[in-house]
Design a binder for this molecule. Sequence first.
Ligand code: AMP
Length: 360
Amino acid sequence: MNKNKREKEFYSIDVGDSTFTVLRRYQNLRPIGSGAQGIVCSAYDQNLERNVAIKKLSRPFQNQTHAKRAYRELVLMKCVNHKNIIGLLHVFTPQKTLEDFQDVYLVMELMDANLCQVIQMELDHERLSYLLYQMLCGIKHLHAAGIIHRDLKPSNIVVKSDCTLKILDFGLARTAATGLLMTPYVVTRYYRAPEVILGMGYQANDIDQWNKVIEQLGTPTQEFLMKLNQSVRTYVENRPRYAGYSFEKLFPDVLFPADSEHNKLKASQARDLLSKMLVIDASKRISVDEALKHPYINVWYDPAEVEAPPPKFTDKQLEEREHTVDEWKDLIYKEVYDWEECTKNGVIRGQPPPLAQVQQ
Ligand code: AMP
């Protein structure tokens, strides 16, 4: 395509502190959120005649952390196709050459709110259990492909007003299996699993967080301690001893809708599930498969959603890699152009080509 024609396809608009340079088909841009990688806008897609979300990744190759996040996100979002994982509709860059390459825009299905907003609301058991069921379906699908998300938290989970739910963001996901302790990636505080906290070394924050876990759940058993390496075990052994609280104390009825016999039963099922999830020893914790069969959740069980075939990765793109800024720039640029090639003729991932094209 000639340079002028390509330039005319784009326009720029200021959104907060950032400028979005997007294809003309995307109109009415409005900021709806921001994350570690940049700003997210809602927009109207004139081609698809639907609202979409557009995330701008500014110079995603600028350093290792940004580059790995952006690259994984692109590769994973392209391969994963499940109703509880956010779907990618389009990827583009307004720059025309590798030398000029700066920004990547990811166009996704638009959802209504993230879970930070939803957890402020008073939800009934039907909605609570349905939201949890969908999270588990999404996580199971990722696990089936060997992907561990590692940064699941309310701001990475989005919902629509019809209570459908999708997981966002694959930034910290990686394919490799891990041992008992996870490598010390930066995972948002408060949502870290115990094995992540213990794998992190002993900065003041982590000590505080481990203390909070054992204050509530009690000092872990000797059996658990024996699985830790010497230095972590010494640290854990030297913490004050706590008996912990029962789950009835930690999650009393007043925290759940428990106004009728039915709701009382549901509250006790929810508490039972929490007691099986909030277990320090990961090997004793309920698995995703078991959680899907738990009475609180299994009312929603649909094999088509739970047992969807896992996404396939055709190459080794997702292994941990080290690259220079220029190599990352090249790799990310290729991924963006690969997407443009795949969708050039209006084909949308997971959907048949438009009728007009089939008839040609
Ligand atoms: P992220 O940078 O992907 O972590 O997104 C930051 C925030 O933007 C999220 O917490 C959501 O509030 C919002 N957001 C991101 N993607 C979408 C989407 N597809 N639909 C609705 N809101 C979104």
